[in-house]
Unconditional design. Structure first.
Length: 336
């Protein structure tokens, strides 16, 4: 072959190779097929990629509330239960339109954020309950996926040979406040305010609470607002069988995944309207810890985090430290 033709062929092949896109499903750094946490399974790309629908087992990760949202490599898997799974990512080269779909089988050994919904399944990326093609929507939250990229949440909890990061615990602090009865060190109820970003029927509240001692029961109220204090009760329930607050060790902080509080009423929340989540002890000897969020603070002028020594939602309510900013308890409110 003429050297000029040979050179042109190699140049064309090099140009073609440079223009080709590809994706890969990356296993943990040790190249094993077992992930300690689902976050270790990542999709990376080279070049311009057109993504189709990705599937975890038979669950379409792009299907959300009857619409399709674009799955991208940053769409990390956080809610994949322990066991063996198959991830399939459909994709085409953005320039040549060739099929570059990839599939990979892997095993998850632990998932501290996983939970079960009363009906349906948990979305592996968003962490919302989904059934019949419809998922809950988060309308307020001060921890979880929206905070994974913050500087604090990216830090290690404990430096070690096997580092644990705050994001593995949903950006929840090791610090906590107490919900307790009069026989458990002094009556205290806690109220935190929230303003939904969207309207909808209240379905689900996530809160990292753990029983320290006493009767395993918790009173929960959702109220309106009256003069920057909890107002009319919109819905209430008693929660039992709360998990035990984990004990701190040299390798793990005293915090686990949030408990899940499901509402069965028909409380309609309105976007832009202020509400309160109130937690109180279910018995005089109840002693419950409520872990704080890493990146949400109530400043004195805001009045968004209140306590009372009363056993009534009516209060009176006060700020625990009226002249200082407080880290607020961690919670998320979901609607449908």
């Amino acid at each position: 072959m003429d050297s000029r033709i040979r050179g042109a062929v190699w140049a064309a092949l090099a140009l073609f190779a440079a223009g080709c896109a590809s994706i890969s499903i990356d296993q943990p750094k040790d190249q094993s097929t077992t992930a300690r946490l689902p976050q270790q399974i990542l999709v990376t790309q080279k070049g311009f990629v057109d993504y189709g629908d990705p599937f975890l087992d038979s669950f379409n990760l792009s299907s959300y509330n009857g619409q399709h949202w674009q799955y991208v490599p940053q769409s990390t898997l956080y809610y994949v239960p322990p066991g063996t799974h198959m991830l399939t990512v459909n994709a085409k080269d953005g320039k040549w339109h060739t099929n570059i779909t990839k599939a990979s089988s892997f095993t998850v050994s632990a998932c501290p954020l996983c939970y079960s919904c009363p009906v349906g399944t948990v979305h592996p990326v968003t962490g919302q309950c989904c059934d019949n093609g419809v998922c809950d929507r988060s309308v307020f939250g001060n921890f979880g996926p929206p905070f994974y990229g913050t500087a604090k949440c990216q830090q290690m909890v404990f430096p070690s040979t096997n580092p644990i990061f705050w994001k593995e615990f949903d950006c929840i602090s090791t610090q906590f406040d107490l919900v307790r009865g009069s026989a458990a060190g002094g009556q205290q109820m806690i109220a935190v305010s929230f303003t939904p970003s969207q309207g909808g029927v209240l379905r689900h509240v996530k809160a990292p609470i753990g029983l320290r001692n006493g009767t395993n029961s918790l009173l929960v109220w959702i109220t309106g607002d009256t003069n920057n204090r909890p107002g009319p009760v919109l819905e209430s329930l008693m929660l039992i069988n709360i998990r035990t607050q984990p004990v701190a060790t040299s390798a793990r902080p005293p915090v686990e995944a949030p408990d899940h509080i499901y509402f069965i009423g028909n409380t309609q929340l309105t976007a832009g309207t202020r509400y309160w989540l109130v937690l109180g002890p279910g018995a005089a000897n109840t002693d419950i810890a409520w872990n704080l969020a890493l990146d949400d603070f109530s400043i004195p002028a805001a009045t968004t985090y209140l306590v009372t020594t009363s056993s009534s939602v009516a209060g009176p309510w006060t700020r625990k430290t009226p002249n200082l900013a407080d880290q607020r308890p961690a919670f998320e409110v979901d609607v449908r």
